[in-house]
Design a protein around this ligand. Structure first.
Ligand code: MN
Ligand code: MN
Length: 443
């Protein structure tokens, strides 16, 4: 039987303005996890989230994670654990989110103050963290609020796990979640994470897979120290020249991976799969808006989606040790480290990818006839958003990724926003999920 959602939905509509004010308060707290000087604000944000939950009647605990590895003068911000309801007859649903945000400065090119939520005539709410991930975290809090105010019985026991270090590698969280699997999270029947985005702007989506990531460094060294090009140019093997030569052999400008053997690892496309893409609500216009330009490689939505979802890609991310400040400095760097990653898809095993990458780079390096030292190394590999798998392992239950924001929200970027429509309808969606999961068979 379909749950009766109307009174809850109506209440969410009525509470639109207070919900926007709640997001405004949250965005105003500059909880930037990467910056040491912002740590007090990250902690303040954790307490703010805890207070919101307490006020609504949840049992809340702030769990400390100790010192930050590598920056031992900093305490890690607390994990906010909350339980709302403990009826043994109800399902227990665990939700995860993060209350920290990426750095933001007006000078980066924001049109508005990044920590001052600004709503335009179209209902777009601009502010750092609006969509990543304060809006969705408040979505869960708003759902409790709306149920209370509407006098509607809450359909499940809700467990919340909100962390404050997600944008800086979720330090300490993996061990914490594993340890709490048989303790705080032991009654969990299913896990829901709202920390990703719709494919487009019109239709909600369920994310059931993400490409993995193998990240590599390519280090080239030779001269004992940085050199002057006027004195040494043309007389010594230059690490930077070796590096750009090798990086250029990995991928072409049409996004094709040039490393032999990689293509053969990929699961083949079946006719059935090929037929699925046409019906997906998505357009090249959506893609160009999220890209912020029309610099797409593939001419069609089908080609774009297949490249985004089911084929691997190789991206070159940066070079350490090279001169990067403005102006003309005639230095020859003595040691450079290039960084690139390969997004992996089904059937690609990490070890196979690393073997092919290493063999290819070593073979190409030999052709350069350089005397510099060249080393390739795997920096990390992972099958998808790491914490998703951690929750799956720690609870032994399914994890659902149920996004609130749309493809045009620009998380991590300047002018990050969440549409009021996505915030309000997304709150209804997450609430409806709790009602449905309360009644449907789970396996
Ligand atoms: Mn996020
Ligand atoms: Mn993020």
């Amino acid at each position: 039987m379909a749950p009766q959602l109307d009174p809850f939905f109506q209440k969410v509509d009525e509470l639109k303005q207070p919900f926007i004010e709640r997001l405004r308060e949250a965005v105003a707290i500059q909880s930037v996890s990467a910056q040491a000087e912002s740590r007090p604000d990250v902690v303040k944000m954790g307490h703010w989230v805890a207070d919101q939950l307490k006020t609504l009647g949840a049992e809340v605990e702030l769990r400390e994670l100790g010192k930050e590895p590598g920056r031992e003068h900093l305490d890690l911000p607390p994990v906010v654990l909350a339980r709302y309801g403990s009826d043994p007859k109800k399902r227990t649903i665990l939700v995860y989110g993060h209350y920290d945000v990426q750095p933001a400065e007006k000078e980066d090119g924001w049109a508005t103050e990044p920590f001052d939520l600004t709503v335009d005539e179209q209902g777009r709410m601009f502010g750092r963290g609006s969509t990543d991930d304060k809006g969705p975290v408040l979505g869960w809090i708003n759902i409790i609020d709306a149920h209370k105010q509407a006098g509607v019985e809450f359909p499940v026991n809700l467990l919340c796990c909100f962390e404050g270090m997600e944008e800086f590698g979720s330090l300490g969280l993996e061990e914490f979640v594993k340890a709490e699997g048989p303790k705080y999270f032991k009654d969990t029947d299913a896990v829901c994470i709202s920390d990703n985005y719709w494919l487009g702007t019109e239709k909600p989506c369920l994310t059931y897979g993400l490409r993995g990531c193998n990240y590599y460094s390519l280090t080239i060294s030779g001269p004992g120290q940085d050199l002057h090009s006027g004195v040494f140019g043309g007389t010594a093997h230059e690490p930077m020249t070796d590096l750009v030569t090798l990086l250029a052999k990995l991928v072409d400008c049409q996004g094709n991976i040039l490393i032999p053997g990689i293509k053969e690892l990929i699961a083949p496309v079946t006719d059935d799969e090929q037929g699925l893409y046409d019906a997906i609500t998505y357009s090249m216009d959506d893609f160009h808006i999220s890209l912020g330009s029309e610099t797409s490689i593939m001419p069609t939505k089908e080609g774009t989606l297949m490249r985004r979802w089911r084929f691997p890609s190789l991206s070159i991310h940066g070079v350490e040790g090279a001169y990067s400040a403005p102006g003309c400095k005639t230095v020859i760097p003595a040691k450079v480290l290039g960084k690139f990653s390969i997004r992996t898809v089904p059937n690609m095993q990490s070890e196979d990818v690393t073997r092919l990458v290493t063999e290819f780079i070593n073979a190409e390096a030999a052709k350069l006839q350089t005397k510099n030292k060249i080393e390739v190394a795997l920096m990390h590999d992972g099958k998808c958003i790491p914490i998703t798998l951690t929750f799956e392992e720690a609870t032994g239950k399914n994890v659902l990724l149920l996004p609130m924001g749309s493809s045009t929200d620009a998380p991590h970027s300047i002018n990050e926003k969440l549409d009021t429509r996505n915030y309000i309808e997304g709150t209804k969606l997450l609430g409806a999920y709790l009602h449905y999961v309360a009644e449907e068979p789970l396996n």
